[in-house]
Structures are given as structure tokens and as C-alpha cells.
Write a protein that binds this ligand. Structure first.
Ligand code: PLP
Length: 428
């Protein structure tokens, strides 16, 4: 008996005892290959000696319990390291404690930017259907995942949702991927005209969709057109890289591969690599200057901004991802994983689609591949696959995103970048 309030109150998962690289070992000694990296968190694996040492060193070094009224050396070092590798124009880092809070802070900063500029009429966002941006109310508002958001809809920020860029389902016969991408991006233009661009703060999207459909990249050109439309109407482009960022897709920031420059970008999961709760919101120099030259005060304070132990851990993570070559490894092993999955495609008639970039790969499971008919949701296919894989000592991440108005079954694979060729074989 425990007094912990679990998220699923009717199912108790096994108790984890320890981690060992790409494996988690439960209290009975059973080993599980971590095919999901937690929830796309564990980029370096489970017992990275450098990150663990940095946490110990920093804990030894600090003689204070809370730094709310100070900055700290690890926070400044981490911010400098992130900015050195950030997309063009991104100049400041605001630390938070996780992904939802990073998105929450981004929405507030975007609104405050326009208040500082004397544009209070901008009160709403545009985002995409089938998206997930976190579980706090602002993040749920921009999220387009009906299952999660509907019960709380009356409490949320006003957001309208347009189609995601999902080539496998959305492309019309004879349409090139590029034309499809431009057509879907132009939905943003149409929505801006419908609601009035002067009422809109920004457009929020994940460069590679994660938590609802399992690793869906956009087609080339889509985000460049989105950027043009944002610029034309003076709205901000907010990219949520909480899941796809920090090397997971093979570049430190996923948007690098889309050739797009965000005004604000959020990161979390891989930033702490699972060792410490941490997230960050990065913004352009222009947005920062508006706050600095205006009220001089960003209205999103919280107790643990830039906690030195979390920042010391994340600094080693980002060092390993950049100069340590771990992002390049994610790109290389991601190719191996992608090829292994594709080789299996023909053997499994119920795999409708395989997609993704780097160590961020998704499978869609269908009743019939030709017609792309999803399984009946009552069969709970993805949950059964998760259970069967767990039984066999493999962790994967089931997802139930909606496509064409119908619930589908998807599985996300987001393993640690340290995976070996043999472990890729074990995974697929
Ligand atoms: N944004 C995206 C894209 C996510 O995938 C998630 C979590 O899955 C979040 C935000 C929320 O992050 P957290 O669970 O750390 O609050």
C-alpha cells in the first residue's frame, strides 16, 4: 500500500530500481530496453557518469538552498551555451521547470511583447489540430488534442486550430509534397483573415509533431511559408521543441532542418536528459528589448527559475549534445533505426506508415494498409502493443491521436542516442 496518487489509478506499473545505459531494471531484476527514452526525455541513457557527477559537484558546491534573488554560474554558463547553438536571432534564455511551463511562459511573453508595443487587442493564438503543448491551462488551450482539452475548454486561452502538415494523410492525388505543404500553410493566412490579424498574438506549432501522432515532420517549405505569413501579418512564430528539440531529430534544434527562424522556442525534456526537472523558453533579441525598454519586468515569476543543480546537469547535457558529438550520433543512429524499421514494413500488414527524423520515429497502426482504415478504437491496439512489449522487456510509447476525425493508433520510438546497432536490432 502506498499513498502516491498515480495517474492511472487502476494500473500500477512495476517499480523501477535502477538504470543502466539504454536499459531500466525493475525491482525484480527484469531488464527493459528503453525504446521511448521515458517520454522522449532520456537522450543520453540512464546512467551517464558526467551528468551524475555534475549534479553531485554542484550539490556539494552550493551552500544555499534557494537562489531566487540571485543568478548562478551554472545558469549563466548554460544560457550562453544554448545561445551559441540557437537559431539565428534568438538571444535570451528564460529558465523554467518543465515543458508545459516553458509553453506557458512563451504564451505570456508573446502577449506581453504586444502590450509593451501598445497593441492590447492581440489576445488570441492560432495553433494546429492534433497537437499537444502541455497540460497547464494555457498549453492545453493551444493544444489541439480534443481528448485532453475539452473538459477544461472554458478555462483556456482563446485559440483556433488549423490542419497540421501531415503528408501521408492529407496530400491529394497528383499533388506534390511541396504544393501540399504550401496549401496547408496557407490555412494560416485564411484563418488570420477570418479572425482579424490584429487580434492574433502568434502561431504555435511543433516542428516535428510528437505527443499525439508520433514523430510527424512537415514537408519541405511548409515552415518557410508559415514564417512569411507570420511576418506579413506581424504575428509571432512560437515553436514548441519540448519533445523534438535537443538533438532528438539529428540537429540541436529541430527547426534548423526546416530552415526557419522562430521568435520564441521552447525546450525541456532532453535539456535535462531526465536527470533534473528543467525547461527553457528562448526568445529573440527584439522581444527581449521590448520588455527591457518597456516595463522591465516579465510577468512569469516562479520559485525555481534557473536552479543551479538543474542548470549544472543541463549544461553537461548540452555540452555532450554539441561539442561531445551526441547530436551527430542521434542523426547517425537515427538513420540506422529508420532503415531497420523500413526493412520491417513489408512484414507487418498493420503498419500503415513509418515516419520521423533522427531518434524520433513514429509508426501508425492500421486495420488495412491500402485503405488506411484505422483499427476500431474499442480494441485499444496501441495500449495492447505497449503491454505486450513491456512483457517482452521493451518500452515503447503508445499514442491515440485523431486523424480525419477518427481515433488512430500510433507508437512513438524515441530511444537514447547511445543505442548500439545491436540494440536497434533488439528494438525493431
Ligand atoms: N510540449 C510538447 C510538444 C510536449 O510533447 C510536451 C510533453 O509531452 C509538453 C509540451 C509538456 O511538457 P511537460 O510534460 O514537461 O510539462
Amino acid at each position: 500500500m502506498t499513498h502516491v496518487f498515480p495517474r492511472h489509478t487502476r494500473a500500477r506499473p512495476p517499480r523501477a530500481a535502477r538504470g543502466d545505459g539504454a536499459y531500466i531494471i525493475d525491482e525484480t531484476g527484469k531488464r527493459y530496453l528503453d525504446g521511448s527514452g521515458g517520454a522522449a526525455v532520456s537522450c543520453l541513457g540512464h546512467s551517464d557518469p558526467d551528468v551524475t557527477q555534475a549534479i553531485k559537484d554542484q550539490a556539494d558546491r552550493i551552500a544555499f538552498a534557494h537562489t531566487g534573488f540571485f543568478t548562478s554560474e551554472p545558469a549563466e554558463r548554460l544560457a550562453d551555451r544554448l545561445i551559441a547553438h540557437a537559431p539565428q536571432g534568438i538571444e535570451r534564455v528564460y529558465f523554467v521547470s518543465g515543458g508545459s511551463e516553458a509553453v506557458e511562459a512563451a504564451l505570456k511573453l508573446a502577449r506581453q511583447y504586444f502590450l509593451e508595443k501598445g497593441e492590447p487587442s492581440r489576445t488570441r493564438f492560432i495553433a494546429r489540430r492534433q497537437s499537444y503543448h502541455g497540460n497547464t491551462l494555457g498549453a492545453l488551450g493551444t493544444g489541439g488534442n480534443m481528448w485532453r482539452r475539452e473538459p477544461f475548454a472554458p478555462l483556456m486561452v482563446e485559440t483556433s486550430h488549423i490542419a497540421p502538415c501531415y503528408e501521408y494523410r492529407g496530400r491529394e492525388a497528383g499533388e506534390t509534397p511541396e504544393d501540399y505543404g504550401l496549401r496547408v500553410a496557407d490555412e494560416l493566412e485564411a484563418e488570420l483573415r477570418r479572425v482579424g490579424p490584429e487580434t492574433v498574438i502568434g502561431f504555435v506549432a511543433e516542428p516535428v509533431v510528437g505527443a499525439t501522432l508520433g514523430a510527424v515532420p512537415s514537408v519541405p517549405g511548409y515552415f518557410r511559408r508559415i514564417r512569411e505569413i507570420c511576418d506579413r501579418h506581424g504575428i509571432l512564430l512560437i515553436l514548441d521543441e519540448v519533445m523534438c528539440g535537443m538533438g532528438r531529430t539529428g540537429t540541436l534544434f529541430a527547426c534548423e532542418q526546416d530552415g526557419v527562424r522562430p521568435d520564441i522556442v521552447t525546450i525541456a525534456k532532453g535539456l535535462g536528459a531526465g536527470y533534473q526537472p528543467i525547461g527553457a523558453m528562448l526568445c529573440s533579441g527584439e522581444i527581449y528589448a521590448a520588455i527591457e525598454g518597456g516595463s522591465g519586468f516579465f510577468q512569469h515569476g516562479h520559485t525555481y527559475i534557473g536552479h543551479p543543480v538543474a542548470c549544472a546537469a543541463a549544461d553537461v547535457v548540452v555540452e555532450k549534445l554539441t561539442t561531445g558529438g551526441m547530436t551527430a550520433r542521434a542523426a547517425r543512429m537515427g538513420e540506422v533505426l529508420g532503415e531497420a524499421l523500413t526493412a520491417r514494413f513489408g512484414q507487418h500488414p498493420h503498419i500503415g506508415d513509418i515516419r520521423g527524423r533522427g531518434m524520433f520515429r513514429g509508426l501508425e497502426l492500421v486495420e488495412d494498409r491500402e485503405s488506411k482504415t484505422p483499427f476500431d478504437p474499442s480494441r485499444g491496439i496501441n495500449k495492447r502493443i505497449k503491454a505486450a512489449a513491456f512483457e517482452a522487456g521493451l518500452i515503447c510509447y503508445p499514442m491515440g491521436g485523431t486523424i480525419d476525425g477518427r481515433q488512430g493508433d500510433h507508437v512513438l520510438l524515441a530511444p537514447p542516442f547511445i543505442l548500439t546497432d545491436d540494440q536497434v536490432g533488439e528494438l525493431v
